[in-house]
Design a protein around this ligand. Structure first.
Ligand code: ATP
Ligand code: MG
Length: 208
């Protein structure tokens, strides 16, 4: 290495250090500024893959701290899924309830779907009113709003009036502006591409 090249490496290291120091100052300042201690309401929406699996990532985080978790799956339940198998077999701190009707294009029965969604909502509403749950997941709830099976303001009220320490994760495409407004964190999972479109079958352990 020539002396010039050594100087370049030193400069590069110095610049990197300065940049990282500034970033650390910004991050530390934000952490110091944040003082609110309460549960968080999270919406995982968008057309890409990763909404439900992200919600279950948070389930396992919470369980890792011995917290109590409630999971309500709207739509799902007709099909087997690895996360539900695991929770049923290994997670006594997690209560799971599934609507179990499958997708609306499978049931093709609006009255039965509405009845099932109302019964499922009763379970969700009970969890949202129970401070012993640290985390409540309402998987695919947005479709119940989209199809008008459940009343939007009833859902929004229950989420905003939940116990202060309780976090809630809602998943599903759409859901509307009012729901987004009541949530603290909203992530829009964008679809770049999906293996399904290339003909790859849904895979156990990855998709279900
Ligand atoms: P995951 O459960 O894998 O996190 P998700 O909750 O984001 O996915 P859903 O809309 O609930 O997605 O779809 C459920 C199923 O459809 C999953 O098997 C998922 O892999 C698949 N899927 C998700 N996004 C797409 C997409 N853009 N095109 C086709 N299939 C998708
Ligand atoms: Mg999903």
């Amino acid at each position: 290495m020539t002396i010039n090249q050594e100087d370049d490496v030193k400069n590069d290291q110095q610049l990197h250090k300065e940049k990282m120091q500034k970033q650390k100052e910004r991050v530390d300042a934000q952490i110091a500024k944040n003082s609110i201690e309460r549960g968080v309401a999270i919406l995982m929406t968008g057309n890409g893959k990763g909404k439900t699996s992200s919600a279950f990532g948070m389930v396992f985080r919470a369980l890792g701290y011995g917290q109590k978790v409630g999971i309500v799956q709207f739509i799902k339940g007709a099909q087997e899924s690895g996360e539900v198998n695991f929770i049923n077999d290994h997670c006594p701190n997690a209560d799971i309830f599934q609507m179990g009707t499958g997708f609306t294009w499978n049931t093709q029965d609006k009255a039965a779907d509405i009845h099932a969604s109302e019964e499922t909502w009763k379970v969700a509403a009970k969890m949202l009113a129970d401070a012993s749950y640290d985390l409540v997941v309402l998987d695919e709830l947005t479709y119940m709003i989209g199809y008008k099976y459940l009343d939007r303001s009833m859902i929004i009220d229950a989420i905003s009036q939940r116990p202060i320490e309780q976090s809630v994760v809602v998943t599903g495409r759409g859901g509307g502006r009012e729901l987004r407004e009541v949530m603290d964190t909203v992530s829009d999972v964008k679809n770049i591409k999906h293996g399904y479109k290339a003909g790859i079958k849904a895979r156990r352990g990855v998709d279900c």
